[in-house]
Design a binder for this molecule. Structure first.
Ligand code: NAD
Length: 258
């Protein structure tokens, strides 16, 4: 179990949406929070709004040298990070894989997958050496269930989930907790931030705006998972059915061997 009170949390993509909601809860529970975001002015403005205990800085998670510098700066200001939330990401681009611009595929993987690895690379060895702490990696429901027109995004999020499961096995013996956040749809700025880097995109067919929850709900869910040292963090009970259906389809395929 990782105590939240008195600890420092380093949160990528912390200027908006899910990352900001996690920061607000952890701050309310007595942590210091670092909002690290490619949109530095927004991270600084949100930190100012949150007040004492919050610090905003500019970080592009794809830039490894910048990640190391951001860690040094944040820890000089706020003390060693005990909680790390690798959350920065962009959304799906709404294209079939057969038609996808390879540069778009590369960009999504670079931010959503390599960006999470860069956070692990920057912090995990420190936490292992100290024998404490917790890492949360934001995957998605799209890291468990495949939806058409989301190929690069789904590839990145399945990979984040797999990498997080490996990290959990590797760090558990050292007393470091690891969680995969598997959000369903939340009403955040994801569409806007994705369009800013990827251009216009089509909506996913069948996506229903009434499913989009308020991101404020995710903060307490993540804080509880950190305290409980939970590997998987779900946010939308109604998506149990597609997750179960996929798991059962995979298991059923073993029958072909009989
Ligand atoms: N909103 C949803 O429905 C939903 C569902 C499942 C998973 N997610 C995941 O949640 C995470 C947060 O998304 P959100 O919905 O809060 O969106 P958001 O756009 O509101 O927040 C994402 C933040 O990440 C930042 N960011 C983007 N690229 C970055 C980079 N290279 N380096 C640093 N920061 C960067 C953006 O500036 C933004 O502030 C993402 O990984 C997303 O894939 C979101």
């Amino acid at each position: 179990m990782t105590e939240i009170r008195g600890r420092t949390a380093f949160i990528t993509g912390g200027a908006s949406g899910i990352g900001l909601a996690i920061a607000e809860t952890l701050l309310a529970e007595g942590a210091r929070v670092v909002l690290a975001d490619i949109d530095g002015p927004r991270a600084e403005a949100q930190a100012l709004r949150l007040g004492a205990g919050a610090f905003g800085l500019t970080l592009d998670v794809t830039d490894r040298a910048a990640f190391a510098a951001a860690k040094t700066l944040a820890e000089a200001r706020c003390g060693p990070a005990t909680i790390v939330v690798n959350n920065a990401g962009i959304g799906y681009d709404g294209t079939d894989l057969a038609d996808m611009d390879p540069l778009s595929f590369d960009r999504v993987l670079r931010i959503n997958l390599t960006g999470v690895f860069n956070g692990i690379s920057a912090f995990a060895a420190d936490l292992r050496a100290r024998g404490e702490g917790h890492i949360v990696n934001t995957a998605s429901l799209a890291g468990v269930v495949a939806m058409s027109h989301t190929g690069a995004y789904t590839a990145s999020k399945f990979a984040v989930l797999g990498m997080t499961e490996v990290l959990h096995k590797e760090l558990k013996p050292h007393g470091v907790g690891v969680s995969a956040l598997l959000p369903g749809p939340f009403a955040t700025r994801l569409d806007e931030t994705t369009r800013a880097v990827s251009g216009p995109r089509k909506p996913i067919s069948g996506s229903d705006p009434s499913d989009w929850r308020d991101p404020a709900l995710v903060g307490p869910i993540v804080a509880k998972a950190i305290r409980d040292n939970a590997l998987y963090i779900h946010t939308h009970p109604r998506y149990r059915a597609p997750v179960r259906a996929r798991s059962e389809r995979i298991l059923a395929a073993f029958e072909a061997l009989a």
